[in-house]
Design a protein around this ligand. Structure first.
Ligand code: LLP
Length: 420
């Protein structure tokens, strides 16, 4: 459920016509619906309300500080993977004691930053990382709260690029090695074992992989407790899928009900790290048709957004629905929707049946609120686009479109090249 709908033939976000946003802010632009973000967070949070839990939004999905702020105000914690994400989370007013920090390559500096701030937990992904964290924490004279990220070897049945819990994946520690690693962790003077973490993948559309993974993690919790360790948190990561086309992912409530029997009276707080399910269908990418190009074998709709703005189609062959802002009559156009970038892989849609379109028409690339702007780049020296947040019948630019000066900020020509 989201708040993008046609009203009198005009596509709106909540109470605002998207065409008005295009007129005032220009294209391409990302547009986020505040009420959808709020609703998605609440649905998730309420689904898990029968047991102690903490929802930590995965900042990588959408890191705009207005989006983070909206979620913080709903009580959300944050799942971060870099110092930059920590900075953003704090700028948005996130509570450090609701921040978890994952990632296979945390640097000394990032560890120090997070320790000084006092985050809830580091999700540690290797033995060397654990030793390093011990060193950094001792130097600061603090205890580092940790969970080890274990790899339950469960197949999430999703795109290979985004499945992360298999044995062959770079993430986490093999579950059969976990006990040994926990013993090490428990013996380190500046490490405080707090929980167990796992994350098996993304865009998962069934509950079974989650239940299987959680079952394995809880067996490990029992084992660790038998050894005398205190485990307060079980972090089951993110990964719940959304509808892009014809998927039918389980609603959060179904997931909560499926895991509930495993969790009753376990004396753990469940941490969830949803990203896509909160932000994905809360955002769209607004773009304009520049040219219609009829080729011999293929037709192309050239738009002003490209793979640098939304990488998912090029990178994963991901499907994003594309709707015209004016409810046009159906046409007989089958075309690739492509951007201006000099790469054949630059497309937003392939062989797509589209309505009747003309030069200058505006389009909404749907389900672009997660892993949209955050994965965008300046490739081809394109300016990163504006981000807009809508609430009711008002909207705000929450990130300005870049300008040419932004492109060269920080770049310098060395003196020897300045000589004539
Ligand atoms: N927690 C951890 C440790 C993660 O690695 C991720 C995502 C999440 C939570 C959030 O997962 P979500 O609930 O959003 O599925 N760029 C790809 C997705 C990469 C996901 C990486 N990790 C895409 O556009 O599909």
């Amino acid at each position: 459920m989201h708040h993008f709908h046609y009203e009198d033939g005009v596509l709106c976000c909540e109470g605002v016509s998207l065409a008005n946003i295009a007129k005032e802010v220009g294209t391409p632009s990302y547009v986020y619906s505040y009420s959808t973000l709020q609703r998605h967070f609440r649905v998730m949070d309420e689904a898990f309300s029968p047991f102690p839990h903490l929802v930590c939004f995965a900042v990588k999905a959408n890191s705009n500080i207005a989006v983070l702020r909206a979620l913080v105000r709903e009580g959300s914690g944050m799942d971060i993977v870099s110092g930059g994400e920590l900075f953003r989370a704090l700028r948005a007013g996130a509570h450090p004691e609701r921040i978890v920090f994952a990632g296979v390559g945390k640097t000394f500096q990032e560890m120090e930053y997070a320790l000084r701030v006092g985050i809830l937990m580091f999700n540690v992904e290797s033995d060397q990382e654990l030793e390093t964290l011990q060193e950094v924490a001792c130097r600061l004279g603090v205890q580092a709260p940790v969970a080890l990220r274990v790899n339950p070897d469960v197949d999430p049945k999703t795109h290979p690029y985004i499945s992360t819990g298999l044995k062959k994946s770079k993430f986490g520690i093999a579950i059969k090695e976990a006990v040994k690693e926990y013993e090490t962790a428990a013996s380190l003077s500046c490490i405080q074992v707090k929980g167990v973490h796992c994350h098996i993948g993304s865009q998962i559309t069934q509950v079974t992989p989650f239940v299987e993974a959680l079952g394995r993690v809880l067996d490990l919790v029992d084992e660790l407790r038998d050894m005398g360790m205190e485990i307060f948190y079980v972090d089951m990561g993110g990964g719940l899928g959304i509808q892009y086309k014809d998927e039918s992912p389980p609603p959060p409530k179904e997931l909560a009900e499926a895991v509930e029997p495993l969790l009753v009276n376990r004396g753990v707080t469940l941490i969830l790290e949803p990203g896509r399910v909160i932000a994905g269908n809360a955002g769209i990418l607004l773009t304009k048709v520049l040219y219609l190009k009829r080729g011999e074998e293929k037709n192309f709709v050239v738009v002003d957004a490209a793979m640098n703005d939304l990488a998912r189609p090029s990178l994963y062959g991901a499907y994003h629905a594309i709707f015209p802002l004016k409810e046009n009559p159906p046409g007989n156009l089958v075309a690739d929707v492509v951007g201006p970038i000099c790469e054949s892989g630059d497309f937003l849609a392939r062989d797509r049946e589209l309505p009747f379109l003309e030069q200058g028409d505006l389009l909404a690339v749907m389900s672009a609120g997660a892993y949209g702007f955050t994965m965008s780049s300046n490739y081809n020296s394109r300016l990163r686009v504006a981000e807009v947040m809508v609430k009711g019948d008002e909207f705000w630019v929450v990130r300005q479109r870049e300008c040419y000066e932004d492109l060269v900020r920080g770049e310098k020509i060395p003196p020897f090249l300045l000589e004539a």
